[in-house]
Design a binder for this molecule. Structure first.
Ligand code: FMN
Length: 440
């Protein structure tokens, strides 16, 4: 399989948000919002700005993790956040064109409820719904379990879960609803298809009692990066999020996913791979660098190092590592949580032998690439990744809201349009059509 760009795949632009609209510590800057978890108007305004920047979709990260460490809860604005699909339902009526992709895990949900929720969002938004399929990085403690479900088992469940959801979306032909007052016939039963699914994890009769999705199949996003994760992404992922910090790693990941996809009868027409990118943009290089230094000054170093050590399961707390010495990692035991992020960070530390300050400058965005520069230097790099087959677009992670969002839309988006990477106007109000991904 070649990793070079095929002409038919258009560049895709996604935005990343959390239900508290806060990323990292830049919220401490006086110009940033600190109440988006309470005030819907904040999100309404961010999303309106993203539509001006002609983003294909906004994606909401979510998890249901217990947060056992009081020190982390005290300093990380993540505990109070909107329920993703409730927030998206509100955004569906305040926005017009942008795709609305919500995260829901296959480990702590049931396919019937989820299929219904996403179908309803699709109808409310006029065909703009997407579902980010995750197996969850943890959360068993909130769902009658003592710890997280085994990695292999949760991926096995995820495959069956998605099959059931797609089956339920297909259970209603839109033409089934005759709604004829004259004859009194509401529905043509011949166009309703019960599912009668019986599998290892689920027994689901169907059909779905929801409005038939306008896209027929709402867009499926995925972020698989372990072996099992990539297999799921290759089989069902249409928008695929990934964390790659250099172009080579991006090319390898994309080629790997496309190789695996062939076995499922899929190719690059069906898949948009979007690495995360955290741009820090200035009108000049020095303005951008000053901004980055200012954001770094807000970091609580010990807390961030402790968080990186814990989400990548390093087995040591980097907060205790001497500041001037290169980090040495001993044997690291494989995590049951986020396998790919663990190997990304462990491999990077072994290869570059960084100090803790290098880690802070590189991984404040969770392993996603931080790009500090002018609109033109940032778009140069995006273009290089796109044309060399390392990406089909990017998932933009704003350092802060609202300024990170405004900076991008005012400065970078016009440059993307000028180089014809993104659209000047939306072609459709339908996410699948805007992404130009066929429905399969
Ligand atoms: C950009 C991005 C967003 C993600 N969003 C979520 C999320 O919202 N919730 C979640 O539980 N996991 C999320 N993940 C993690 C993935 O779903 C997945 O667990 C991980 O990438 C691969 O896990 P694995 O290495 O165990 O396969 C995200 C990963 C990436 C790269």
């Amino acid at each position: 399989m070649t990793s070079s760009r095929s002409e038919r795949v258009p560049f895709a632009l996604g935005a990343y948000f959390t239900g508290s609209a806060v990323n990292g510590d830049a919220w401490r800057a006086p110009e940033e919002d600190i109440d988006a978890d309470l005030e819907f108007s904040r999100y309404r305004s961010y999303i309106a700005t993203l539509e001006k920047g002609r983003f294909d979709a906004v994606f909401f990260y979510d998890n249901v993790l217990p947060v056992p460490d009081p020190a982390a809860v005290a300093r990380t604005p993540s505990l109070s956040r909107w329920d993703t699909f409730t927030l998206l339902a509100a955004l569906a009526v305040t926005s017009s064109y942008i795709g609305l992709i919500g995260t829901a895990s296959t480990t702590f949900n049931e396919p019937y409820n989820l299929a219904r929720r996403v179908a309803s969002l699709d109808r409310l938004s006029g065909g703009r719904a997407g579902w980010n399929v995750v197996t969850a990085t943890g959360g068993g403690e909130n769902f009658n379990l003592l710890s997280h479900v085994d990695h292999a088992l949760r991926y096995e469940r995820a495959h069956e879960f998605v099959d059931v959801v797609k089956g339920l979306w297909n259970s209603l032909e839109p033409e089934a609803f005759i709604r004829d007052r004259e004859s009194g016939v509401w529905l043509d039963p011949a166009r309703v298809h019960p599912l009668n699914h019986v599998g290892k994890f689920f027994r689901v009769a169907g059909p779905l009692n929801a409005p038939p999705p306008i896209q027929r199949l709402p867009v499926l996003a995925q972020a698989g990066a372990s072996g099992a994760g990539k297999e799921l992404a290759a089989r069902i992922g249409e928008v695929i999020y990934t964390a790659e910090y250099d172009i080579k790693a991006g090319q390898t990941y994309r080629a790997d996913i496309l190789d695996r996809a062939i076995r499922y009868g899929r190719d690059d027409r069906h898949i948009r791979i979007l690495p995360g990118l955290a741009p820090i943009v200035g009108r000049t290089e020095s303005e951008a660098r000053e901004k980055f230094e200012r954001y770094l000054s807000y970091l609580d170093k010990a807390e961030v190092l402790n968080a990186i050590s814990s989400y990548s399961s390093l087995g040591i707390d980097l907060a205790r590592w001497p500041e001037t010495l290169p980090i040495e990692l001993g044997e690291v035991s494989e995590t049951n949580s986020h396998k790919s992020r663990q190997s990304l960070i462990v491999d990077w530390i072994r290869k570059t032998r960084p100090t803790v300050n290098d880690v802070l400058r590189t991984f404040t965005r969770g392993g996603h690439r931080i790009l500090v520069g002018t609109p033109s230097s940032i778009v140069d790099e995006m273009e290089e990744w796109y044309y060399s087959g390392a990406a089909d677009g990017f998932n933009i992670m704003f350092t802060s809201s609202p300024s990170g969002v405004h900076d991008f839309v005012e400065l970078v988006a016009p440059e993307l349009q000028r180089r014809r990477l993104t659209r000047a106007t939306y072609e459709s109000r339908n996410l699948r059509e805007n992404l130009r991904i066929p429905s399969t």
